[in-house]
Design a protein around this ligand. Structure first.
Ligand code: ADP
Ligand code: ZN
Ligand code: ZN
Length: 771
């Protein structure tokens, strides 16, 4: 196909280093030379010249057109040309390109950063492109011309083969033609004489440890009802479903049955889970029930090459299931093949990405379902208030319920313990983190052969290092952040090393022995998982000696594989007591857990965040739901200094809908999400006055935009953590009664370069964490 020179064609390219002044991507000419070989397509990976030096960089085609792409101010003769198309990478499906464009606009992220952020770097860089690349003669055949003899030999070898023996593996062909490298073959691909048909054989590493048991339980009447009513919606375009099922109600069974239906109908399923619940156990349950050879699994435990391999599997035509954490929402499932999206634990915060592009995986999934015209099912025992609002108030999501636990499970008994009273019971003067009630329950549970899970949502040993003299009131702060240092213990070769670490910038310092102001000996107090571990080892010396107590937090588990291994040992009963941060609060299904303990339900409750109640409710409900997963009874002991706090009481009563109703009333009254939409603009600068000046300028310029009339733009104010890693942080909160109004303002501010997201300015639309 050739294009006459007078109808020049152009493309917009998303380049990672491209600046935000061009939210649609940078403009390039499609040279006739490229068009002649193979038409440039949407989603193609290309190389383009960038900047003064015209250094070649990789980019992705996000739109193609003729003169209409040209801005009137641009001189067509100065538009640079695309250098080449990278045919070793499959083009991005057009749905994914459109998703990226939506993210770039909705979440105020430069398109280049967005495209780069949603493609695993292993894929972009071609790491471990070890999968079989098969090649065949291009159709229609490219003009022969005069070729280098080596290349001609390759073409001849292929032409000699009968149709049935093509395509040929690239390395087989290389040997057949006695070539030292693949280069001549790759050159033929580039020149359009050969085409690639990629094939892979995939073995994800952890599939070896899959549990064998794959017997499907008979669905209960409740499960059946949900499967049927969501099943009705399959193949009928977009629809949104919220599955509200208490912990242990068998939501996974519902997903599996629906997924099997979609696969049987020849379509694909996208199944999203929080990173942390992608354990061998959950993964294994899914793998054991669905066809292995049609499955891609994307999780952080994969090597770059494995990740690339899984990505390629997802791009193959035909029915398949793609399981993965947040970023799997961008899996390159071919256009038109997606039949269902599942988002498990949809309330989970880890679906939100905390760096640009700051997208919410659940909301992107909803967008993808709309673009692909397929149903989406969001599931949780503690739905986010956003999803509850969509189902209850806006009616844009159908609500399905599983009010009871699956057969064979018992309902956990949740007890709230007033920690102020508990400490009084102790005779000694030591501060104890495990009160008598919890200690007794643990002893009983172990005596009955059970296992236990203990939650404390704070890492380290203790989080206060202070002067005991109230008149002095010195407290150890990070030198780079407006935040306290946390004491950590590092046990290596028998001796304990104590140091302090900042949880925001990771700076470390020695533990001071004296107050720098008045030289009194410092006191260390507060909570941390390491201190709980120390206390548990004192209470249960035998278990500790046998190595049957394990701590799970991001200090002890530096790799996903550590976490997977520890859970494996817990599942086999080698570990009796699992202690950790919220990593262990969700999704785990171990029938022998008889006791769950929460060291302090107050850690989330006291955060300066309007979602503090919601978080506390979720955490207490979710962790309590880890016990009673068999015929044995389960006990959850919740220690707190605020035994009358509403979210804790509601979680103990397992009253989600009552809690949600009251909480939504509060949010509505104060104009907070989900009743209103929130965006945060955060200005970060080494100089506080400069951060304040820039924020003031943005606030002022935005306030006079016409779109500002229908939103509330708050005055700039320091973020709850006013400085992180030496940069001061000033925020402007914007609230609107609809997403459209918020979008209008943000888009106008961006177009006028009032808001240029980058190093200094961060924009967070629908933020989930407000620190
Ligand atoms: P949820 O995801 O709702 O917390 P799970 O899907 O983990 O619940 O199910 C909890 C347990 O109940 C699992 O061990 C599962 O195998 C079992 N289960 C689910 N549905 C049934 C059923 N219909 N009959 C018997 N057991 C079931
Ligand atoms: Zn710091
Ligand atoms: Zn002092």
């Amino acid at each position: 196909m050739t294009t006459s020179p007078d109808t020049a064609r152009y493309a917009r390219i998303a380049v990672e280093r491209g600046i935000d002044r061009y939210p649609e991507g940078l403009l390039y000419r499609i040279p006739a030379s490229l068009d002649g070989v193979d038409t440039v397509k949407l989603g193609d990976y290309v190389t383009v010249p960038l900047g003064r030096g015209d250094s070649p960089v990789q980019g992705v085609v996000v739109s193609i057109g003729a003169e209409e792409l040209l801005d009137k101010r641009i001189d067509p003769s100065r538009v640079k040309s695309i250098l080449e198309i990278d045919r070793t990478n499959d083009p991005m499906p057009s749905v994914v390109v459109r998703l990226a464009q939506w993210i770039a606009s909705y979440y105020c992220a430069p398109i280049g950063v967005t495209i780069a952020g949603i493609t695993p770097s292993a894929v972009r860089k071609g790491v471990g492109r070890v999968q079989k690349i098969a090649v065949d003669l291009a159709t229609p055949p490219a003009e022969a011309g005069r070729l280098h003899p080596k290349r001609q030999a390759v073409l001849d070898a292929l032409a000699r083969r009968p149709q049935a023996e093509r395509p040929v593996d690239i390395d087989e062909l290389r040997e057949e033609c006695s070539l030292g490298t693949r280069a001549p073959i790759l050159a033929l691909i580039k020149s359009g004489h050969l085409k690639i048909t990629q094939r892979t054989s995939v073995q994800a590493k952890w599939r070896a440890s899959v549990v064998a048991e794959a017997r499907a339980p008979e669905p209960t009447a409740d499960q059946h009802k949900v499967i049927e009513s969501v099943g009705e919606a399959l193949n009928k375009g977009f629809s949104q479903h919220l599955l509200f099922g208490v912990t242990g109600s068998g939501k996974t069974e519902v997903y599996l049955r629906l997924a099997a239906r979609v696969l049987a109908a020849g379509q694909s399923v996208l199944y999203l889970v929080p990173e942390i619940s992608l354990t061998p156990q959950t993964g294994g349950r899914i793998v054991a029930r669905l066809p292995h050879d049609r499955m891609a699994i994307l999780h952080s435990g994969l090597t770059a090459a494995q990740r690339h391999e899984q990505w390629v599997v997802a791009s193959q035509p035909g029915p398949k299931i793609i399981i993965g954490a947040r970023s799997a929402v961008f899996a390159p499932i071919p256009d038109g093949e997606l039949g269902l999206i599942i988002v498990d634990e949809e309330h989970d915060q880890s679906y939100k990405q905390d760096q640009a592009p700051r997208y919410h995986g659940r909301d992107v999934a909803i967008r993808r379902a709309q673009l692909c015209a397929c149903p989406i099912i969001l599931g949780s025992a503690t739905p986010s208030l956003e999803s509850w609002w969509n189902a209850k108030k806006r009616g844009i999501s159908q609500l399905h319920q599983l009010p009871n636990r699956a057969p064979g499970l018992t309902t956990p008994r949740v007890e709230i313990v007033d920690f102020r009273k508990e400490t009084v019971l102790r005779r000694d003067r030591r501060v104890h983190l495990i009160g008598p009630t919890l200690e007794f329950a643990l002893r009983q549970g172990f005596a009955a052969g059970g296992q236990a899970i203990i939650l404390l949502n704070r890492r380290g040993y203790a989080n206060w290092i202070a002067c005991p003299d109230q008149n002095c009131a010195w407290m150890m702060q990070c030198a780079h952040c407006e935040a306290g240092m946390v004491v950590h213990h590092d046990v290596s070769d028998g001796s304990t090393l104590k140091f302090t670490r900042c949880h925001h910038c990771h700076a470390e310092q020695k533990v001071p022995s004296r107050c720098p102001r008045c030289a009194k000996g410092v006191t260390i107090f507060g909570l941390g998982t390491q201190r709980v571990e120390e206390e548990l080892e004192r209470l249960f010396p035998d278990l500790a000696a046998q190595g049957r107590i394990a701590r799970v937090d991001s200090d002890s588990m530096t790799q996903a594989s550590d976490f997977h291994e520890t859970l494996g040992r817990f599942g086999r009963g080698e570990i009796r007591l699992l202690l950790g941060t919220q990593m262990i609060a969700k999704g785990l299904d171990f029938p022998n857990v008889q006791v769950v303990g929460v060291i302090s339900a107050d850690t989330a409750l006291n955060l300066p965040d309007f979602r503090a109640s919601e978080r506390t409710f979720q955490l207490v409900s979710q962790v309590s739901g880890r016990c009673g997963r068999s015929a044995q009874s389960g006990r959850a002991i919740i220690q707190t200094f605020q035994p009358d706090a509403e979210p804790i009481l509601a979680a103990a009563r397992q009253d989600y809908s009552g809690f949600a109703q009251r909480e939504l009333e509060v949010r509505e009254r104060y104009g907070l999400p989900p009743a209103h939409r929130l965006a945060r603009v955060i200005v970060r600068h080494e100089q506080r006055s400069e951060a304040e000046r820039i924020a003031g300028q943005i606030r002022g310029a935005m306030a006079i935009l016409p779109a500002a009339a229908s939103v509330i733009i708050r005055d700039p104010a320091p973020c709850p953590i006013a400085r992180i890693a030496d940069r001061w942080r000033i925020q402007i909160e914007i609230l609107a009664d609809s997403p459209a109004r918020l979008q209008q303002l943000l888009a106008a501010a961006r177009t006028l370069a009032i808001l240029t997201p980058g190093e200094v300015i961060a924009v967070d639309v629908d933020p989930v964490a407000l620190l």
